[in-house]
Design a protein around this ligand. Structure first.
Ligand SMILES: [Zn+2]
Ligand SMILES: [Zn+2]
Length: 327
């Protein structure tokens, strides 16, 4: 039995009910798997009169070269104990807005729409946007657009090849990534973590210290993170304001605290360990596992049950009345 028939050139084929059921399983797996993911506690932490949030301001989704959808990214941020994230897709703010809507609807972490303004000469993280900032303009205009929207501009992985591109706006950067997964992974001289450190330390006026995971698929979301000292109540606006005021601290690869001197002092007096010790990637409760399995079964069904040829000799007039006409 067929649910719907389609014309494919001269050959008529049918979509089976089994294939539609497989699609439903995929949807069930995606929606249910996300809904039943475990949500670890994110305890309230305060230092120096501020709420301390763990944040990751640089991550990608399936809208470009990442492997998690904006929705899945929100759940993964929860699993990784992040209080605030900025979804920063290449040259579009759309994924960030989707992630924010999903997180607000499901009680997730603070999501701040952002963008990685990406050109051949530089990459620039914009946090706190509502509209996409075009990369097809001078970088001075890019930064002016970010600031006009109330956002902040962060130099992304400023290795030597990107430093000339960032040079015209170096003094206007609100933050600089000084921690990035290349600190742990890269052995390439072109992608040297020490260049990031030097760029941060030699930038005046001193920007906010930022640690970001630049999550795509190979690194771990939140592997590098920023401790942000926000005014309460904690909100997206409060996070952006804290970056603008340079109230951030980053734990670097060698265990040093870098950032706002008074806040570094507060953390040295009353130490705090960021929640980065858990590298688990999978959900850990039963409903989550079952729904993931159903979703995977659905993916297999979608792959193998897609098209069923119509029986030979079936008359043209036998087509299902809802079939679209060939055009
Ligand atoms: Zn980049
Ligand atoms: Zn990136």
């Amino acid at each position: 039995m067929t649910a719907r028939s389609v014309r494919d050139g001269r050959r008529t084929a049918s979509i089976s009910r089994a294939w539609l059921a497989a699609c439903a399983l995929v949807v069930l797996g995606l929606v249910g798997g996300a809904a039943f993911d475990p949500r670890p506690e994110r305890p309230v932490v305060r230092r120096a009169g501020y709420r301390v949030l763990e944040a990751d301001f640089h991550m990608h989704t399936t809208y470009s070269d990442g492997t998690l959808s904006p929705l899945s990214l929100v759940r993964q941020a929860e699993r990784r104990g992040l209080d605030a994230v900025s979804v920063t897709e290449h040259n579009t703010v759309l994924a960030g807005r989707l992630a924010r809507a999903w997180s607000e609807a499901t009680g997730g972490p603070i999501v701040i729409p952002g963008e990685e303004v990406t050109t051949g000469a530089y990459h620039l993280i914009a946090v706190g946007l509502e509209r996409t900032v075009s990369p097809d303009q001078p970088i001075e205009r890019v930064v002016a657009d970010i600031h006009a929207q109330g956002g902040v501009a962060i130099g992304a992985h400023p290795v030597k090849r990107f430093q000339p591109g960032l040079a015209p706006v170096r003094a206007e950067l609100d933050g600089v990534e000084l921690m990035h997964p290349i600190a742990f992974m890269s052995r390439s001289p072109e992608w040297s973590w020490l260049d990031l450190l030097a760029y941060y330390e030699e930038t005046t006026p001193r920007p906010a210290a930022i640690g970001s995971s630049d999550y795509h698929f190979a690194s771990v979301l939140g592997l590098c993170r920023t401790l942000v000292f926000v005014r309460e109540p904690a909100s997206a606006d409060a996070v952006v304001e804290a970056i603008r005021a340079r109230r951030t601290v980053v734990l670097d690869r060698d265990g040093r605290l870098l950032g706002h001197p008074e806040l570094v002092g507060a953390l040295e007096r009353e130490p705090y360990t960021p929640r980065t010790s858990d590298y688990a990637y999978r959900g850990e409760n039963t409903a989550d596992r079952v729904l993931r399995l159903l979703g995977l079964a659905g993916v297999a069904g979608v792959a193998f049950l897609r098209v069923r040829p119509r029986p030979r000799g079936e008359a043209e007039g036998d087509r299902d009345p809802v079939s679209p006409s060939p055009s």
